[in-house]
Design a protein around this ligand. Structure first.
Ligand SMILES: NC(=O)c1ccc[n+]([C@@H]2O[C@H](COP(=O)([O-])OP(=O)(O)OC[C@H]3O[C@@H](n4cnc5c(N)ncnc54)[C@H](OP(=O)(O)O)[C@@H]3O)[C@@H](O)[C@H]2O)c1
Length: 487
């Protein structure tokens, strides 16, 4: 961005939950800490009739509730740059009014414009199409970028259709498909851990790693999202996006440069190397479950077979990962809230201290915790002081909050800055999204087939159905069910 360029962030879905809980608090935090580029304006668009002042007032309340360090003077300077345009995404004439408002605010000067789709997926294309028909994608007055929230499609074919529609209006370089997990410090730190140090990379392969577990566990149930969730299920909700993103950063090769194309090329190569599975293999490589009481949730069918828990096993056919299973697992109403990646190293080749019952594969494990707290724990055996070779599991720990004083940025903060400055490294490319669906679709298809027996139930507050632990044990492994390891 050149120094003279200002920015306008146009949020479609201005009156919604994402805007008030995440986007505006993130932009406010950036403003308060001096990171938001000067001359950044926010323009909201949704049907609810409101004036600029009324939207500012409503955002003041929600932002104060969703930020730790709210202060009135910085809010006032921030709020001066907030505007609202009531309108319906389905009405082209309302985009004329939006265009007029933007021209007035920007005074037709050079400005970077970010169109943020914080609205339901069925509106992604209507917004893009209306923007295109009014030439609002044209870059002669500054860069024009569009941010697309998840979910991006519901399967491969819908993702392909959406991509091709978006490409009819915006160039791929203008499209930012967001997955806020990639904005988390600890996810980006995986790249630093692996590629800014020499000590991990030599052991980051099939020779030393037995398997990898990636878990996204939620303690909450579906709550009021029953209607959406019952049509989606855990695979579409979590696996195609967050879990595969985490798998890619864990498994990718070092890019030759740290730029968007090089990083995304390496991520896509991981997806290319994931072994395709036929229906029988999908069944053997996965476990599903539904928490008790799910069918009584509002909006959920009383006969629903929708999975609220899933675990799948993927194999990456590459020189680095051949024979190292990647277990991906996610569920609602689980025992606690955590997102963690467990790198389980192999057992030592010789059991020198065979007399000790404490030698297990529990040691030799690296746990990267992404939420609730962010950090890393390395688990290893230590000799207990005193007689004999008694061993105990101990750990080395790195905690972001202890190490770096002050506030950790919320995931949306760096991502919004990246869009404004045109860095797409942490956003999904079209081929990445389509390949992700290609991997997840067979699991969805088999799980949704009528031939499967009724879905196993699990007790809320546990780690999924008992069959999940049995499935791991049958493969000679156990889930790492401690949670959270860092607080
Ligand atoms: N909420 C989250 O934490 C979260 C997290 C990740 C991803 N997402 C994704 O972000 C998107 C928005 O989610 P949300 O939870 O914020 O949804 P939401 O609370 O239901 O908000 C939807 C927004 O769209 C607006 N809208 C609906 N129909 C419209 C129309 N015809 N014309 C103009 N505006 C219209 C609504 O405003 P009016 O009724 O005033 O028009 C509202 O502002 C979804 O794709 C969701 O999957 C949300």
């Amino acid at each position: 961005m050149t120094e003279n360029t200002s920015s306008t962030i146009v949020i479609f879905g201005a009156s919604g939950d994402l805007t008030s809980r995440k986007l505006v608090p993130a932009l406010y935090n950036l403003h308060r800490t001096g990171e938001l580029p000067a001359h950044t304006r926010i323009v909201g668009f949704s049907r609810t009739p409101m004036s600029d002042e009324a939207w500012r007032h409503s955002l003041r309340e929600t932002t104060a509730n969703h930020t730790d360090d709210f202060d009135e003077p910085s809010w006032i300077t921030f709020a001066n740059n907030i505007f609202y345009q009531p309108g319906d995404i389905q009405k082209r004439s309302d985009f004329d009014s939006l265009q007029h408002k933007l021209d007035t605010i920007e005074q037709k000067r050079l400005a970077t414009r970010v169109y943020y789709l914080a609205t339901a997926p069925q509106f992604y294309w209507p917004v893009a199409s209306n923007l295109g028909s009014l030439g609002m994608n044209d870059e002669s007055h500054g860069p024009r970028r569009i941010v697309v929230e998840k979910p991006f499609g519901t399967d491969l074919s819908s993702a392909q259709i959406l991509n091709s529609k978006l490409h009819s209006v915006f160039d791929e370089s203008q499209i930012y498909r967001i997955d806020h997990y990639l904005g988390k410090e600890s996810v980006q730190n995986i790249l630093a851990l692996r590629f800014a140090n020499t000590i991990f990379e030599p052991v980051w392969n099939r020779r030393y790693i037995d398997h990898v577990q990636i878990t996204v566990a939620e303690k909450v149930s579906v709550g009021r999202r029953g209607d959406y969730y019952d049509k989606s299920g855990v695979l579409r909700d979590m696996f195609q996006n967050h879990l595969l993103q985490l798998l890619m950063v864990t498994a990718m090769e070092a890019p030759v440069l740290f730029n968007a194309e090089a990083v995304r090329n390496e991520k896509v190569k991981v997806l290319d190397a994931i072994r395709p599975l036929d229906n029988d293999r999908v069944q053997a490589a996965s476990v599903r479950g539904q928490y008790d009481g799910y069918r009584k949730e509002p909006g959920v069918s009383p006969a629903s077979q929708t999975p609220t828990f899933g675990a799948i096993r993927l194999e990456i056919d590459s020189w680095r990962w051949q024979g190292v299973p990647f277990y991906l697992r996610s569920g609602k109403a689980m025992s606690c809230r955590t997102t963690q990646i467990v790198i389980a190293f192999r057992e030592p080749p010789l059991k020198l201290f065979g007399g000790s019952e404490s030698i297990t594969r529990e040691a030799n494990r690296l746990v990267i915790q992404i939420q609730p707290a962010e950090g890393i724990q390395l688990h290893f055996h230590t000799k207990v002081p005193g007689e004999g070779m008694r061993l105990r599991l101990t750990d080395l720990e790195f905690s972001y909050s202890r190490e770096f004083s002050g506030r950790l940025p919320e995931a949306y903060e760096p991502l919004l800055l990246d869009v404004m400055t045109g860095d797409a490294s942490l956003f999904a490319r079209s081929d990445e999204v389509e390949k992700s669906w290609e991997i997840i679709d067979p699991f969805v298809n088999v799980w949704e087939s009528l031939e499967l027996p009724p879905i196993p139930e699990y007790e809320s507050g546990f780690w999924g159905p008992p069959v999940s632990a049995e499935w791991m044990e049958a493969q000679g492994r156990t889930w790492f069910d401690q949670c959270p390891v860092l607080t």
